[in-house]
Write a protein that binds this ligand. Structure first.
Ligand code: UDP
Length: 337
């Protein structure tokens, strides 16, 4: 088994994937500029797995540093997590989002080409399905009509990768469309650490339960859903991380071309389901109020995960109870250390 380069490997999804790869016997090298993560993640990954991943602090858009990484290491495959990811911020700072997410990807791909590295797995998002058609979304559902620059960067990078595949048909290009990753490693040592006031639901819920936020605003209770609140496909981050290992194993069997996989459970839960489950499994209160819909949100977004289930032999194993319990464990334990 070879050396796998994880760009953005110190972040929420990257660090969990590093753990799964190390536990699967892979050699892991992380490149991350620590702009949205902390150096202590390395120690924590080592505590969990007993192995320390390699680490280079660098911006993936820095061609000189990327060249150095590829000349000094025999990289067999890249998992590309690095990127700006805050939806609201992307609306306020579109140029920064397009520059950062596209530039870093192009620099990475150019460096891979130069060193004949033929396997890349890219972190895409269910946001590329936009509001073109109703859920559940299969991989062949229409894409585009994204509602913010963050989503468009994911869409554009997918197009770049498809174009590259036509010119480089021997490459394996895995495009993983994530649904809503939540939860944390059961050890409580790694998890999601948002900067400032959280935008995403689960960090807001955990911080409200912890008393850091006064109350959760539930954005919209008049959607055409079972209880009026938005419905999403919440997936445990450990299941999501395992989806990357399954994709890598599929590539190792000699697959080439572009392969797109949804990583989701296939089940939609509402915002109220999350609040109720979180309160029940953790025995805590999450004070909440109903507020107007958030611009850009759709009523329902959940996956049809059949393609990943059948082709990758990957399926989610964790329940909503697990997700809520692990998120709270992380909030109380790891996120404060
Ligand atoms: N949401 C909410 N209050 C919050 C944050 C999110 O009601 O403080 C809702 C949001 O409207 C959506 C769901 O929770 O229906 C998931 O939102 P999140 O931002 O976590 O992920 P998204 O699906 O937008 O990528």
């Amino acid at each position: 088994m070879g050396k796998i380069l994880l760009t953005g490997g110190m972040g929420f999804i990257g660090s969990h994937t590093a753990v799964e790869l190390l536990e699967g016997g892979y050699d892991v090298l992380i490149v991350d500029d620590l702009s949205n993560s902390e150096a202590s993640v390395l120690d924590r990954v080592e505590t969990i797995t007993g192995k320390r991943p390699g680490f280079v602090q660098a911006d993936v858009a820095d061609a000189g540093k990327m060249e150095k990484i590829f000349s000094e290491n025999a990289i067999d495959a890249v998992i590309h997590f690095a990127g700006f990811k805050a939806v609201g911020e992307s609306v306020a700072k579109p140029l920064e989002y397009y520059r950062n997410n596209l530039d870093s990807t192009l620099t990475l791909l150019e460096t891979m080409k130069k060193h004949d590295c033929r396997t890349i797995i890219f972190s895409s998002s269910a946001t590329v399905y936009g509001d073109n058609s109703p859920a559940p979304f299969a991989e062949d559902a229409p894409t585009g009509n994204c509602t913010n620059p963050y989503g468009w960067t994911k869409y554009m990078i997918e197009q770049i990768l498809k174009g590259l595949s036509l010119a480089a048909p021997k490459m394996f290009i895995g495009i993983l469309r994530y649904f809503n990753p939540i939860g944390a490693h059961p050890s409580g040592l790694i998890g999601e650490k948002p900067n400032g006031i959280p935008n995403n639901l689960l960090p807001y819920v955990t911080q409200t339960a912890a008393g850091i936020r006064e109350k959760l605003s539930i954005f919209g209770n008049d959607y055409p859903t079972k209880d009026g609140t938005g419905v999403r496909d919440f997936i445990h981050v450990v299941d999501l991380a395992k989806g990357h290992v399954a994709t890598l194993k599929y590539a190792e069997k000699g697959a080439c071309g572009v392969e797109i996989f949804n990583l989701g459970t296939g089940v939609g839960y509402s915002v109220l389901d999350i609040v109720n489950t979180f309160e029940r499994v953790n025995g805590v209160k999450v004070p909440h109020v109903f507020a107007p819909r958030r611009p850009g949100d759709i009523a329902e977004c959940y996956s049809n995960p059949t393609r990943a289930n059948t082709i990758l032999g990957w399926k989610t194993a964790k329940t909503l109870d697990d997700m809520c319990r692990d998120a709270w464990n992380w909030q109380q334990k790891g996120s404060r250390a």
